[in-house]
Design a protein. Sequence first.
Lengths: 245, 245
Amino acid sequence: MTTSDALPSQPFPDAARDAVYQAIFSRRDVRSQFLPKTIPDDVLGRLLMAAHHAPSVGFMQPWNFLLIRSAETKARIQALFRKANDEARTQFKDERKDLYTRLKLEGILDAPINLCITCDRERTGQTVLGRTHMKEMDLYSTVCAVQNLWLAARAEGIGVGWVSIFHQHELKSALAIPENIVPIAYLCLGYVSEFLDRPELEKAGWLSRLPLEDLVFHDTWGQTGGEHDPLAETYETLRQQYGYA
Amino acid sequence: MTTSDALPSQPFPDAARDAVYQAIFSRRDVRSQFLPKTIPDDVLGRLLMAAHHAPSVGFMQPWNFLLIRSAETKARIQALFRKANDEARTQFKDERKDLYTRLKLEGILDAPINLCITCDRERTGQTVLGRTHMKEMDLYSTVCAVQNLWLAARAEGIGVGWVSIFHQHELKSALAIPENIVPIAYLCLGYVSEFLDRPELEKAGWLSRLPLEDLVFHDTWGQTGGEHDPLAETYETLRQQYGYA
């Protein structure tokens, strides 16, 4: 079945496979550990190429990558975050509000590069193969580009933080993003002093990791594997192998 | 700065880093190459754990994973696809319509496992850290889970195809997905005879890969690197190294 144009269909060698899992399991949303160290152009180029090779509905490749290095622009964006975050804080009560207030939720000024990844919903016209029924598919494609970049960055030793506490119209205005373009992710990128062993919100006691056993259903909604879940042993092995809680 | 709980902050060794890029650059949306070979439980467990370690807004982990192996359910889902695809075809004209008609856009029956990944928008209540202003963030988190699984699958030698040509309400009804849950991705999973060297829609002449140079802006919307783009050399190196067009 293999043609001359095909790639090998076998699994990666064990070490290569494990590297992919290591990137996935040790990726973190970074806010506090950025170092003021320049990201070389070849590294940045690889990250962007990784994002550009995300799946996209109808191969429309709806993304753009707006790199922000200007201190002035970063300061403007951080001011928008602060305003929105003051609003956000009021939505939490009592101890949650206190904990929320103590959390650092962005590294906009600390990260050497900020990156806004956007979606052009009409890149290839109104009618898009695969988007005829699920209109959000191009937005989802752009999120896949974010995740590709995030994992590539982890392998490069670069931390990424996704800042989502903005009024969208203010973010668009500050970055002069055209009307028909949707900002999907505002990311902070930089080398880090460390990657935390577990997600920061988990360590801070905001929420706990859910047991995967409870989230996987078999053929019928709500039907978990129960006491004899055939996948449970694998989950346990992975928890031990990769050392997370 | 490193604490006893921290992970190393340096880049992965070259071979491990390259493995991550290999997964990213050789991942494909598979429709036609599925083999009727069982996916072992340990492999499936790893894929699901990879998905479960996606970033999620406010650490809400809004996803569920509905595994579908029942031939009857698959047949029901495929019938929904066929109906929607007949509608979709009429939206394209002339040569595009002919080409659309020739494309195989799903492998629902061929893939040993189908997987619907969903988003529970109220998993942790109405107010979610990081979702106070961008209400779509939990949907985007779930897409990150999809992409994690897709890349892990590539490393395992397993192909994944995302089928999006459905009426959402019909898909929900066929899978008895509760009202408050949003299906994000309907995926077909299986070992494959080959991974295509380039995306299937690119090979079929549907659309071409866009030059990354045109998609990256510097500090100002629309400001490309131009003739002296510092990133262009890296892009060219990557194109040669990974052998894509």
